[in-house]
Write a protein that binds this ligand. Structure first.
Ligand code: IMP
Length: 421
């Protein structure tokens, strides 16, 4: 058996959580492979909204085992709070959750270091979610990090305090509230205790590969999006992990030869939260309309998302980087009632027409748009054939341009508002 992958092709917030939840009944395991509580995967079930940050989006299906892979960074406090919130709904999810011993820990001081780094950058700040993601990955690659497996060891407390001392030195004169830090450390240690006692923490690379050998089906769930990838995103305005298909191999311990289909999720338009270049951004009434109708406010930070038209050069590149085999098109209903809808087909860079992303996305890029007639109002459900001709034309144009089929169309936030082709 092979592992299927589902990932975001834009700047995150594409609606991956909803798609994983819809697809989960076909899988035995859902596994997160990178990122951490900077993610906010929103699922709407029977009209009730759930936002997941660290827990994989298969958690609401009782037969699905949810694995948090080695590539993820975990903040024990927010992770345990998330578990308790779901358990309060009457579901004992601890048995459905497994954590890699190799996943790195986000310490309370990582969050302070994140705030410090942003403050130092001033106007050039990344617009981080301030969840300590960057500093935790820096400690991982700097070979200073603490991992979930360490919490079982006698040396844990000593290593924690050694790392804390290092962080305090790095924080230098940066002002922070000592009392609040002490309080956060207390909660953090209590959460570590909860993880130690209540969750299976293991070598998930064996668990996943054994499951494949037994014929079990695995869905690898990405966080953020390809345009925020540490290597291929709009650096330095990116996150600190590998958000493309290769990240799933590294973040789970699954060989490239064991990857099956790669499903790419994208919105019918583009959004970006935080700083950094955004070639098709609309700083006008149309952008505001998309923001309001699409309720484009961050599910982790509540920040307003910047909105713009669909960017085909960027989408094509994301598809290329991950070898995407099928597409899921989200939030089509947000563009209902627009008289005109646009797609950026090319850019003009230094006077030349191109459909490649330039190395420096911050230089002047003029998007070239193709205009489409709007499709009026969509029915809340139905099948693909019942969609308006204008919308099928819009989807067909994208498929022709990127040479990958759109297999799922989402026409609303609920599980039921999904059209599978
Ligand atoms: P960090 O990952 O919190 O350091 O944030 C780095 C950049 O990635 C910032 O621009 C964030 O707004 C963005 N970012 C991080 N996680 C997400 C996400 O899940 N969705 C959308 N943007 C994100």
């Amino acid at each position: 058996m092979k592992t299927d992958i589902l990932l975001g092709l834009q700047w995150g917030d594409e609606g991956k959580g909803k798609v994983v939840d819809v697809l989960a009944p076909n899988y035995n395991i859902v596994a997160r492979f990178q990122g951490g509580p900077n993610a906010g995967h929103t699922l709407e079930i029977a009209g009730k909204k759930h936002v997941l940050h660290t827990i994989p989006s298969g958690i609401f299906h009782s037969h699905v085992l949810n694995v948090i892979g080695n590539g993820v960074v975990i903040d024990p406090t927010s992770f345990v709070a998330e578990i308790k919130e779901i358990e309060a709904l009457g579901t004992d999810i601890c048995k459905r959750l497994v954590v890699s011993k190799r996943a790195h820990l986000i310490l309370p001081t990582h969050r302070l270091l994140d705030a410090y780094s942003e403050a130092q950058k001033g106007k050039k700040k990344i617009g981080s979610t301030l969840k300590g993601i960057g500093p935790a990955y820096m400690d991982k690659t700097g070979r200073n990090g603490l991992r979930i497996g360490d919490i079982m060891e006698k040396y844990f407390s000593k290593r924690y305090h050694d790392l804390l001392d290092k962080h305090k030195k790095l924080l230098g004169s940066f002002e922070y509230d000592d009392k609040a830090l002490a309080e956060n450390e207390k909660k953090w240690m209590q959460s570590i205790e909860f993880i130690r006692k209540s969750l299976l923490c293991t070598d998930t690379e064996y668990l996943l590969n054994d499951a494949l050998k037994q014929g079990k089906k695995i869905l690898a769930e990405g966080a953020q999006g390809s345009l925020l990838d540490i290597d291929f995103g709009s650096y330095p305005y990116v996150t600190s992990s590998s958000t493309t298909c290769a990240g799933a191999c590294i973040g789970l311990g699954i060989a490239p030869s064991l990857i099956g289909s790669v499903e790419g999720v994208f919105k019918a338009y583009c959004t970006r939260v935080g700083s950094g270049p955004f070639p098709t951004e609309l700083k006008d009434e149309t952008g505001e309309r998309i923001c309001q109708v699409g309720r484009e406010f961050g599910s982790t930070t509540g920040r307003k998302r910047r909105c713009g038209w669909l960017d085909l050069p960027a989408l094509k590149r994301s598809i290329m980087l991950s070898g995407v085999t099928s597409l899921d098109m989200m939030k089509i209903d947000v563009l209902d009632d627009f008289e005109e809808v646009k797609i950026c087909t090319h850019y003009i860079v230094n006077g030349e027409k191109t459909d490649c992303l330039p190395y420096n996305l911050s230089e002047e890029i003029v998007p070239v748009y193709k205009s489409f007639k709007g499709w009026g109002k969509l029915a809340a459900s139905g099948n693909y054939n019942s969609l308006p001709a204008e919308l099928k034309n819009y989807i067909g144009f994208i498929e022709d341009a990127v040479k990958v089929p759109v297999k799922l169309v989402s026409v609303g936030p609920d599980r039921s508002q999904t059209i599978l082709r």
